[in-house]
Design a protein around this ligand. Sequence first.
Ligand code: URA
Length: 332
Amino acid sequence: MRAVLIALTEELCRLKSAGVRTVAVSETSIEDLRAVVRRRARPKETGDRRLESGVIVQPTVLSAPADSFRTPHSALHNSGDGGDAAPVPIRPPISHLPSPAVAPFAATLPPPPVVELPAGDKAARWAVLRERVLNHPVCRAQVRRDKKVVFGVGSLDSQIMFVGEAPGADEEVQGEPFVGPAGQLLTKMIQGMGLMREQVYIGNIMNWRPQTPTAAGAQQVGNRPPSAVEMAFCLPFLRAQIEIVQPALLVALGKTATDGLLGAARFKTLGEARGQWHEFAGRPVMVTYHPSYILREPTPRKKRLIWEDLLRVMERAGLAISDKQRGYFLER
Ligand code: URA
């Protein structure tokens, strides 16, 4: 218990020094903390929710911020050929965002940013956006000092954009999405489609690894799903990448990516959405399994299901499909 309290206090101090003044904590956790404080028989119980770090904790607010403005479809299609484009504000379309189970250590964040893309060609706009995200004070405050904020990578002319959940341990070290074990499988899947990783665009709903309480000097163990508020904050950055790259279609990898793009209220399980075409920002979205799910359940049946989704993607993207590719993972 002592180690947990020390880790918690250190984390709150880190957040405080990064400018965070409130954090979201479930009522249950607040009760647990109060019980600890009572056990330590402090002289008086103040009744408020201020911890030793000076950061005020408050019950998690899961409702999305009030701004539910949606960028008109026409505003997202100002440059079909990737030529010079005028500045475009990317507003956070967060009205659909989900209310999942409380994420234990998700900070309360400011409202999602309105991203103003500069005029210019794709490469220039992408470079400006990337710098902004990597140096965004809110994003920076979410990662430990020796870890990185993660931005999308790949071809700015790709027809296909893969969207994952959030960076993990390897990604926050290297600053690139999908470079760990799940990323290596994703790269193989892309190669199975007859493409190179560099020929597609790969992004995430989140630009940072959702943090969990970790003792000072220790590495975070495991991952947690991002909260609705965290996803709402990062979504304008993903929208802006879509606006720049203008892929013909998106592939949502797993339930969190699906919830982030399509709204958690729409599907209880991934199975309800998987293998079908949906729409985000005026573009078709194929929902499929996250590669980490296939790593956990590497059965021929699961591999075939994800592969069938990728065949759908190849068909829609107009990629040639050989008989050999059609037959991958078919049980004989
Ligand atoms: N899982 C994801 O969803 N994204 C990454 O970048 C890595 C693992």
